[in-house]
Design a protein around this ligand. Structure first.
Ligand code: GLA
Ligand code: ZN
Length: 677
C-alpha cells in the first residue's frame, strides 16, 4: 500500500489529545510543547461527540476547526478520529434502544464508553451521520493525514439485547438457510434443545447458561457480534470514503484478543493499527508476538502503533512507571516488528475522571521539565533524524505460526478436557523459542497460502475449517515442515467432532491416531523420554496438562512418555509425507523441549537469525529496495556486546560505522544498515 500518508512520509510521532478538556487559552502552549517533543501527528477528537453534537439537530464544529487550523499552522498533522465510541447522553435518553444490554441481561444506563448496541439502527444512523459530516467538512483540510474510526471496538463486551437477538436470528437464517441445518450444526438434540421456529432461538448468555453449553451456538454469537461491530465500523468507513477516497482509514485494535475476528476486520482496514499496553515486567517476546499478529493481519504490510503510554497506565492493579529507556526501547520494538508509527495515549494528562493518573507527554506539572517529557523529546528528535529511511520496509520470514480466532474461542469455550488449556500461551511458547533464536515469524490464517514458508507451526489447532487440512497436506508434500500439538484436528468449524479418531482431518498428514486424552492436574506431571537424540533434543523433559494416548500409523515415534500406565507410548512423532515432514507434540512440554525441538527443525532447514543469539537481546530485520535494517534491542538491565559476524554496518541512530561487535547499554537500541546488491 505504500506509506500511510503521502502528506506525512515519516514515522508518525504523536498521539491522543483532548483539547476539549482544556480552555482554549492553553492550546497554543500545547502546540509549543508537542513541537518541542518532535511530534508530527495529533489524534483527535476521539471522545468528543457530545461537544460536536450537543443535541439531535445542533452541531458545533467551530472549536474543532480552530484546533485543526492550529495543528496545521504549527506544521503538524491530524489523525482524525470519529467520536463515536461514546454516544452523547441526549441520545441514550431520547432513544433508549441505543444502550447496550450486558451478558447478565441487564440493560445499561448512559455512561462510560462503548456502551451502545451495535445493532441499533439509531446508533448506526447517527454515527454514520457524524462521520460523513466530519469527512465533508475536513476533506480538504491540510492537516488531515489519516482517519481513526471510533475507538477500541470491543472494550465494552458484547450486547445481548432483544434487537441483537432479532438480528442474530436473521444472521443465522442467512448462514444456515433452514432450521434443520441450524439444529444439526448446533447439535440441538442434545438435552432436548431442538427448535421448531426461528423465534425459539435465544442468544447464549448468563440468563440461560447456553454460552458454556452449546459451543456451536456461542461461536456463532461471537461471529455475529464481531460482524455487527464490524458493520458499525464499515458504516462509518463508507460515509468517510466517498469524501476522501485517498486517505487511509483505520481503527485502533484494543489488543490481540479473541472477542473480534481480527483477520476479518483487517480486510476492511486500510492499515492495521493497535494499542500496546504491556504490564511492567511483561516478557519482551510476548509483546513482539502481539506486534507480529498485527503485522500478520494485512500479510506483512507496515502497521500503526496507535497508542502506548509514555510512562504508566491507570487501569492496571499496579501502574508502574516505565523505567528510563523502556519507552524508547518499546517504541523501537514496534518499529522492529513492522510498525511505521510511534503514538501515545495521551499528550496532556487529564485532571479529572479515571484517566487523570494515566501517563502523558505533558504531566500535571504542565511544563517540559520532566523525565517523561525529556525522554519523549529525545525520541522525537531521533525519529526525525531517521526520516523516512525505514518507512514502508517489510519483514521477511521463513517460519509461520498459524492462528485462528474462532479456534481461540472454541478451545476456551470447551467444557473439558482441562480448564488449564488456554490458546494464546500455547502460541507464545512456540513463538518464544523462535524469538530466542532471533528467527522472524509471520502469523498466518490457516487457510492462507503458506508455500513461501519452510516451517509452519500450528499450536492447538483444535478447529479445522474447510480447506485447511488440504492446505497443510500440500505444504508438507511440497517439502515443508509442519508441527502441531495435542488437542488439534478435533472439531470442524461448528465445533462438531470429526468422527473416526483424532486428530480427524489431520490424521493423514500426521500419520497417527489418538485414542484418549488424559488431563493432569497442575501438580501432576509426566515426562518425555528421548532415547535417540535428534539434534539437541535428548534425554528427559517434563510435560503435563494434556497427554494424548496415540497410535502410530505412517508416523514414527521420536520420544515416548516416561510415566503412568501409558509409559512407552509415543509423545513426539514424525511423519514423512512427499518431500516434507509433519510433527506431533502430544502433550504440553516444558519450554526447554520446545526450544530444543524448534532449534533442530530450523537447523534442518538452514533457518537462522542474523546473529548468534544473546540472552535478552532481540534482533529483527526489515527490508527495502537494496537495504537491510537490522534492529538490535537490548531488553536487559545490563549492557551487552553483540557479535556482528564479522560484518560492517552503518548504525543509523548514531551515524557511526560499526564492525565486529556492537556494545549496547541497558535498554539500548541500534539500527544497523547493510547494503546488498
Ligand atoms: C485505551 C483507549 C484510550 C485510553 C487508554 C488508556 O487504549 O483507547 O482512550 O483509555 O486505553 O490506557
Ligand atoms: Zn443489542
Amino acid at each position: 500500500m505504500g506509506v500511510i500518508s503521502e502528506k506525512l512520509p515519516k514515522i508518525f510521532y504523536g498521539g491522543d489529545y483532548n483539547p476539549d478538556q482544556w480552555p482554549e487559552e492553553m492550546w497554543n502552549e500545547d502546540m509549543r510543547l508537542f513541537k518541542k517533543a518532535g511530534a508530527n501527528i495529533v489524534t483527535l477528537p476521539v471522545f468528543s461527540w457530545a461537544k460536536l453534537q450537543p443535541s439531535e439537530d445542533t452541531y458545533h464544529f467551530e472549536w474543532l476547526d480552530k484546533v485543526l487550523d492550529l495543528v496545521a499552522k504549527n506544521g503538524m498533522y491530524v489523525c482524525l478520529a470519529t467520536p463515536t465510541a461514546a454516544q452523547p447522553a441526549w441520545m441514550s435518553l431520547k432513544y433508549p434502544e441505543v444502550l447496550r444490554t450486558d451478558e447478565d441481561g441487564r440493560k445499561r444506563t448512559q455512561g462510560k464508553r462503548l456502551n451502545y448496541c451495535p445493532n441499533s439502527s439509531v446508533y448506526r444512523k447517527f454515527s454514520a451521520g457524524m462521520a460523513g459530516k466530519m469527512a465533508e467538512r475536513y476533506k480538504d483540510h491540510p492537516a488531515l493525514a489519516v482517519w481513526h474510526i471510533s475507538n477500541e471496538y470491543v472494550e465494552g463486551g458484547y450486547c445481548y439485547c432483544d434487537n441483537c437477538a432479532k438480528e442474530f436470528r436473521m444472521w443465522l437464517q442467512k448462514k444456515y438457510g433452514s432450521l434443520e441445518e441450524l439444529n444439526r450444526v448446533w447439535n440441538m438434540s442434545f438435552w432436548g434443545h431442538t427448535v421448531y421456529s426461528w423465534e425459539e432461538v435465544v442468544v447464549p448468555s448468563n440468563l440461560n447458561g447456553d454460552n458454556r453449553c452449546f459451543q456451536g451456538m456461542s461461536l456463532d454469537y461471537y461471529r455475529f457480534m464481531s460482524d455487527s461491530l464490524l458493520e458499525c465500523y464499515r458504516n462509518e468507513y463508507d460515509a468517510i470514503k466517498v469524501h476522501t477516497p485517498h486517505i487511509t482509514i483505520t481503527t485502533n485494535i484494543w489488543t490481540v484478543c479473541k472477542r473480534l475476528n481480527l483477520f476479518d476486520w483487517a480486510e476492511h482496514m486500510d492499515v492495521a493499527a493497535w494499542d500496546n499496553y504491556p504490564q511492567m515486567g511483561e516478557a519482551f517476546y510476548n509483546i513482539s508476538l502481539r506486534h507480529d499478529v498485527i503485522r500478520g493481519l494485512k500479510k506483512g504490510e507496515p502497521f500503526m502503533l496507535m497508542e502506548q503510554t509514555p510512562s504508566q497506565q491507570n487501569w492496571q492493579d499496579y501502574n508502574s512507571l516505565k523505567r528510563p529507556g523502556v519507552m524508547r526501547l518499546w517504541s523501537y520494538q514496534a518499529l522492529a516488528h513492522g510498525s511505521d508509527t510511534v503514538m501515545f495515549f495521551q499528550l496532556r494528562r487529564s485532571f479529572g475522571a479515571c484517566e487523570k493518573y494515566h501517563g502523558a507527554l505533558i504531566a500535571h506539572a504542565g511544563h517540559e521539565n520532566t523525565r517523561v517529557f525529556r525522554e519523549c523529546a529525545e525520541l522525537g528528535a531521533e525519529l526525525n533524524r531517521l526520516g523516512d529511511k525505514i518507512l514502508d520496509s517489510k519483514c521477511d520470514s521463513k517460519v509461520a505460526i498459524m492462528m485462528d480466532f474462532d479456534n481461540w474461542n472454541a478451545v476456551e469455550l470447551s467444557s473439558g478436557p482441562s480448564i488449564a488449556l488456554k490458546y494464546l500461551p500455547q502460541i507464545e511458547k512456540y513463538y518464544r523459542a523462535l524469538s530466542t533464536f532471533n528467527i522472524s515469524v509471520d502469523i498466518v490464517r490457516p487457510d492462507w497460502d503458506i508455500s513461501k514458508y519452510n516451517l509452519v507451526i500450528a499450536p492447538v489447532l483444535y478447529m479445522i475449517k474447510p480447506n485447511v487440512a488440504g492446505n497443510i497436506e500440500q505444504f508438507v508434500k511440497n517439502g515443508g515442515i509442519f508441527l502441531t500439538t495435542f488437542f488439534s484436528g478435533i472439531v470442524n468449524e461448528n465445533d462438531l467432532v470429526t468422527l473416526g479418531g483424532y486428530p480427524g482431518q489431520l490424521r493423514k498428514v500426521l500419520g497417527i491416531w489418538v485414542e484418549e486424552i488424559d488431563a493432569l492436574p497442575p501438580e501432576m506431571k509426566n515426562s518425555i523420554i528421548v532415547n535417540n537424540p535428534i539434534g539437541k533434543v535428548d534425554g528427559e523433559y517434563e510435560c503435563g496438562m494434556l497427554c494424548d494416548l496415540l497410535h502410530l500409523e505412517a508416523a514414527r515415534a521420536l520420544a515416548v512418555y516416561g510415566k503412568d500406565f501409558y509409559a512407552g507410548m509415543p509423545v513426539l512423532t514424525e511423519n514423512i509425507l512427499g518431500k516434507g515432514r509433519a510433527y506431533y507434540v502430544a502433550s504440553d512440554p516444558e519450554q526447554r523441549f520446545v526450544n530444543d525441538l524448534l532449534k533442530y527443525l530450523c537447523d534442518s532447514k538452514g533457518i537462522k537469525g542474523p546473529f548468534e543469539p544473546t540472552e535478552g537481546v532481540e534482533v529483527t530485520q526489515r527490508f527495502k529496495d537494496n537495504m537491510i535494517f537490522t534492529f538490535v534491542l537490548n531488553h536487559n538491565t545490563y549492557s551487552v556486546s553483540v557479535d556482528l559476524n564479522g560484518k560492517e554496518f552503518r548504525e543509523l541512530l548514531t551515524g557511526k560505522n560499526i564492525s565486529n561487535s556492537l556494545i549496547l547499554e541497558q535498554k539500548g537500541v541500534a539500527i544497523l544498515l547493510e547494503l546488498f546488491v
